[in-house]
Design a protein around this ligand. Sequence first.
Ligand code: ADP
Ligand code: AMP
Length: 213
Amino acid sequence: MKIVMLGAPGAGKGTQAKKIAEEYGVPHISTGDIFRANIKNNTPLGQQAKIYMDKGELVPDELVVSLIMDRFDEPDCEKGYVLDGYPRTIPQAKALDKALEDNGEKLDYAIDVDVPDEVIIDRMSGRRACLNCGATYHIVNNPPKTESVCDACGNELVQRDDDKEETVKNRLDVYHDQTEPLKQYYADAGVLYTVDGTKEMEEVFKSICSIVE
Ligand code: ADP
Ligand code: AMP
């Protein structure tokens, strides 16, 4: 099972991707989480990515594509995967298609989590993230059991630097400009499915399961 999650930043891709990964036993691959882990560990990749992420811009395609291709080589990807935050540009989608084609495979579903911009602003300003395990919360919609503490691993929860208001606006512009055209790309390929991302998390998940099953 190979799934791509589409949608604006803050639409709920990560929240749903985690649930899909648990339900169907495939790895959840978030390029954003991989970059954040590299930033935390101060690796050369992290240092490069941070320059773009802090401004709400996309990390250049060459860097992202080589990172994701390396990740596909790991044994857990044999079962498939749910991609969260990749692809974000047409060249990235083409690189994915080529890698799949080279293995005689194809993408099964591109699931667009559709949420209007007004809701996105609230989702991102209320988001709190665990930089240790990648779990995501919302101070109102999905609070942790204990304030600022990750339910899953006990680490401290933080507001991501790129979830501050100024950066959020830029990320939305970048999304509409560079990532949204992927909807047409996957519609043309016959694998685009849209779910209403403004619904409750469990309801969104049910809609996704009914597509995948
Ligand atoms: P993305 O991965 O698309 O950037 P996230 O999954 O991190 O988005 O979700 C963004 C924020 O919105 C988080 O704080 C999350 O808890 C919250 N959220 C996700 N899905 C929903 C939903 N269906 N209803 C309300 N809040 C949600
Ligand atoms: P995310 O966690 O998916 O919201 O990603 C956070 C940031 O990481 C983005 O705003 C980009 O700067 C960078 N990033 C993550 N995935 C990609 C990608 N596929 N292409 C380019 N930049 C990315």
